[in-house]
Design a protein around this ligand. Sequence first.
Ligand SMILES: Nc1ncnc2c1ncn2[C@@H]1O[C@H](COP(=O)(O)OP(=O)(O)OP(=O)(O)O)[C@@H](O)[C@H]1O
Length: 275
Amino acid sequence: MGMVREKYSGKNKDISQMKKPVIDAQGVDLTFQTNDGPVHALKDVNLQVDKGDFVSFIGPSGCGKTTFLRCIAALETPTGGKLTVNGLSPDEARKSRAYGYVFQAAGLYPWRTIAGNIRLPLEIMDFPKPDIPERVEKVLDLVDLKGFGKKYPWQLSGGMQQRASIARALAFDAEILLMDEPFGALDEIVRDKLNEELLKLWAATNKTIAFVTHSIPEAVYLSTKIVVMSPRPGRITDVIESTLPKERPLEIRDSEEFIKIAHRVREGLRAGHAE
Ligand SMILES: Nc1ncnc2c1ncn2[C@@H]1O[C@H](COP(=O)(O)OP(=O)(O)OP(=O)(O)O)[C@@H](O)[C@H]1O
C-alpha cells in the first residue's frame, strides 16, 4: 500500500469525512508584533486531526510547532483563520478540560511527592476529594509507575519524571494530550522505551495526541499523521498519513515502509530548508 498524499494547502477540505475533527484549523495565521518588527509564526495553517489520531509536528527551530500547540491550548490567540477543538473555541475547550499538556521539562514540584504532583490539577479543578486517590493510582499504573507515588521527583530518573508528568496530564482524563517535545532531553535508549510505552498508552486509552518533536524516527514511529513544517513564515509543507499498522514493535523501524515514510519526511524538511 502506498502513502496517501493529502492536500493540505489552500482551502481544501475533505468533504467525504463525516465525523467532526477533534482539532480543526482553517487558514490559521499568527503574527507576533515584536520590537524587531512582525514575526509571522503561522501562515495559512490548514489541518484536521481526528479522534484517536496521533499527530506529530516536525520541523526546524522557529517553524511554529510550539506556537500551534499553544494556539490549541488557548495559550496564544491566532490573528487570523479559524481554529476549533472538539468543535469549541480553544478557550471553551480549555474550560471543558479537553486536554492535558506535557512540556519538554517534566516540571514537577520538588516539594510535592509524585502522587502530590499528579493530584495538583485535580485539586485545582475541584475534583471530588474521595475520587482523587483512585485516579492517581490509575494513572500511575498507566505510565508504569505503580508504587512510586510516595517518592519525590528527585528520587526518580529523568525518564520516570517525564512519565510522572504524563500521568499528571492524564489525571483528569482529558480526551486530547498535547505533548511538546516531552522526550527531547532524554537519551536514546530511554526515549525508545518511552516511545514504546506511549504507543501502548495511546492504544489503551484511545486519546488523540498532538506531539512536537525534532526527531524523524520518533515522528514516524509514533504517528498516524506527520505534519512537516517550515519556518519564515511558519507553515505546513507536507502532511503524511502513515501506512504503518497500529501495532508497532520497535523493530518496525527497520522495515521498508518505515524507511520510505522517514525518507518523505526528510525530503519535506530539506525542501522547506532550501526555500
Ligand atoms: N511570544 C512570542 N513573541 C514573539 N515571537 C514569538 C513568540 N513566541 C514565538 N515567537 C516566534 O515565533 C516563531 C515560531 O516559534 P515556535 O516556538 O513556535 O517555533 P518551534 O518550531 O516550536 O521552535 P523550536 O523547535 O525551537 O521549539 C519563532 O520565530 C519565534 O521566535
